[in-house]
Design a protein around this ligand. Structure first.
Ligand code: FE2
Length: 366
């Protein structure tokens, strides 16, 4: 069937979309194979969409009939399910698998060799992986969708590097600094290669003795990295990524400015990554509870980095349709500067300021 781009004012009810349509924040407005009606056309105008690619039926073309079944199904799937069905996500998944294989080989070689070229190649691979996404939020969303694929240290390291790339971009770091930060994200847990596998993969809680051993990975990582021809901050990040801004971290209980900025960024990326990998948070595949958990522990994190990360992430969900824990459907309309992860949501007949009503949560992005 032919496809043609039609200007929004010329769209008619009954036309079938031949592409996914996104708003300015790159949120999906309608999916492919949607039959337009007046409400949808109004919605496209509201989001200032200039034109949409439409299937043009040819005579006797039986395939041109609207695919009702697909439409019906698409109406009821969530935002994340739509992402998982997209072609971009299929490509991202393939590239992601390649990246994990490459990182496995790179890290094993890197420990025994003095050659930092392997790490440079890995950084390029991570930049490529990030380039599959339309914007930082789309990348975070795709990473969230890929959960469960591989929960190893390698997947964790790639995810942390991708999040570092996002935070670094939001902090306007110059490219060469961004590359150092990304390398630090990739290598922050390299010391775990020296921790016994049975401790790393132990399903239950670690004993005090095991936890003591696990905590040594930051010093082990530092010892491996300090001998390599790399920016000195990369070894420092491995050493400091479990330090906390309020002095409650390890190994030295450093606080505030004693902690390197890049360590503060990797810390937030590391914690966010670990939380989104956690089964409890993963259940609803919704970023708000995770951001809220991070914000509730804000004393642990460098304030400006944390603010940038949460604010920019939540900001991207403005205008998103969500489901609340009381079952109501609504739209995120405003960020609360005092409690970023609990925005204002409007439903048909009510306005919920979630910063003031802790009994209600955002459970699903629609
Ligand atoms: Fe770690």
């Amino acid at each position: 069937m032919k496809k043609k781009k039609i200007l929004t004012p010329n769209l008619k009810s009954g036309m079938i979309t031949a592409e996914e349509v996104y708003d300015f924040s790159n949120r999906l407005i309608i999916s492919t194979n949607t039959e337009l009606d007046n409400d949808i056309i109004e919605k496209l105008k509201y989001y200032s969409v200039r034109a949409v690619k439409i299937f043009i039926p040819e005579e006797n073309d039986t395939e041109s009939q609207p695919q009702k079944e697909i439409e019906k199904e698409d109406d009821h799937i969530t935002y994340f399910e739509k992402i998982q069905k997209s072609e971009t996500f299929q490509i991202f998944t393939k590239d992601y698998a390649t990246s994990i294989d490459l990182l496995k080989a790179a890290l094993d070689n890197f420990v025994v060799q003095n050659n930092s070229d392997i790490i440079d190649d890995m950084v390029v691979q991570v930049y490529d992986l990030a380039s599959n996404a339309r914007n930082p939020l789309h990348l975070l969303d795709m990473m969230q969708c890929i959960r469960g694929y591989d929960d190893t240290t390698y997947a964790h390291s790639i995810n942390v590097a991708l999040i570092c790339n996002i935070i670094g971009t939001w902090l306007h770091l110059p490219n060469d600094e961004l590359t150092v930060l990304l390398s630090a994200g990739l290598l922050h847990d390299i010391g775990k290669l020296k921790i016994p596998l049975e401790i790393l993969t132990k399903p239950g809680k670690l004993t005090d003795e095991e936890f003591k051993l696990m905590k040594k990975h930051s010093k082990y990582g530092y010892d491996i990295l300090k001998t390599k021809p790399l920016d000195a901050r990369i070894a420092l990040v491995a050493l400091q990524h479990h330090e906390r801004y309020d002095g409650s971290g390890y190994p030295y209980g450093l606080s505030g400015d004693e902690i390197e900025l890049f360590s503060s960024i990797v810390t937030i990326a590391d914690v966010y990554e670990a939380m989104t990998a956690d089964r409890y948070y993963r259940k609803g595949i919704c970023p708000f509870p995770v951001l809220e958990a991070l914000e509730k522990e804000k004393n642990h994190y460098e304030p400006s980095v944390l603010h940038t990360f949460i604010n920019r992430t939540v900001e991207a969900y403005i205008n998103s349709e969500v489901q609340l824990s009381n079952g109501e459907l609504g739209k995120v309309i405003l960020i609360n500067q005092s409690f970023l992860s609990r925005p204002v949501v409007v439903t048909d007949d009510k306005t919920y300021d979630l910063s003031k009503d802790s009994s209600i949560q955002i459970t699903t992005l629609l």
